[in-house]
Design a protein around this ligand. Sequence first.
Ligand code: FAD
Length: 298
Amino acid sequence: MTKTETDRHVTGDIKLSFEFFPPKNADMDVQLWETVEELSRWNPDFVSVTYGAGGTTKAPTLDAVRRMISSAGLSTASHLTCVDASRQEVHDVVEEFRAAGVKHFVALRGDPSTGIGTAYKPHAQGYENAAALVRGLRDIADFEVSVSAYPEKHPESENDGVDIDMLKRKADNGATRALTQFFFDNDIFERYMERVTKAGITIPVVPGIMPIQNLTLLKRFAARCGTSVPAFLDERFAGVDEDPIERAKVAADVAAEQIIDLRRRGINEFHLYTMNRAPLVNAVLESVGFRDLRRSAA
Ligand code: FAD
């Protein structure tokens, strides 16, 4: 086979993780399991399932996590938020997930139940933020604990410094890895990593990659998350709104190019926001040239 640009990225040291959300109805359940089956062929390092703030998705998250561990045989992390919960309530949830085989949590504060943008008030007997939750989890057991990181800072943070301080506190309290909010400008991520390193944070910070299923919806979501959407994305997606095949090609190319560029910058772990859909994620990973990770590869 002719060596191509992407073949240079086919290496054994790549680690992938996939994020899913719990299904809300029977159709979404079918879609989730088809997606999990399809994407598990990429041999992910781990998969994760989100958890509704305030425990709103506890049952479906637990179901999904249990099935990923016991039926799909995947190393599975459950996200966990501490908003609106006492410490005891959080501990009860942790024990339920532990009984289902969970050894890895993505520990989050969660958004205020009063709405994004309103002031966060910790529960009177609860964990005040994600850093305290990390400490609490590590005190319960030797869990693997991933946390969030925000290359463009969390919208509530006054400045970058406050944001990095919080990541440092989470790492100091025993977090083993950070997964970033999605971003589209790798220079922003590189500058963020310089600040992370300068702050003495040594845990891996894994870039979160969001393949764009729909640019209009993505822009709305990004605005709430504080993620900037560079102008080049408008240019790339121009004229493909009415053409799903072309749009999917552009989306796969954009995410693949982002990953290839991050590889050039020395990154070899990637957390993909799958939105519970396999085709686009498959197309991205094929395009990057991660073929040799697939269990089914001939
Ligand atoms: P923290 O790490 O505690 O704080 C984030 C930042 O906000 C810090 O930089 C901190 O300085 C600042 N901050 C915190 N509190 C305050 C305050 N009171 N005043 C000023 N600044 C403050 N949400 C869900 O509901 N369920 C999920 O499963 C989920 N999964 C996620 C996975 C990833 C990888 C990421 C990046 C986010 C996820 N979220 C999820 C979203 C997350 O819950 C929100 O971003 C939430 O607002 C912050 O939670 P955190 O754990 O990041 O907070």
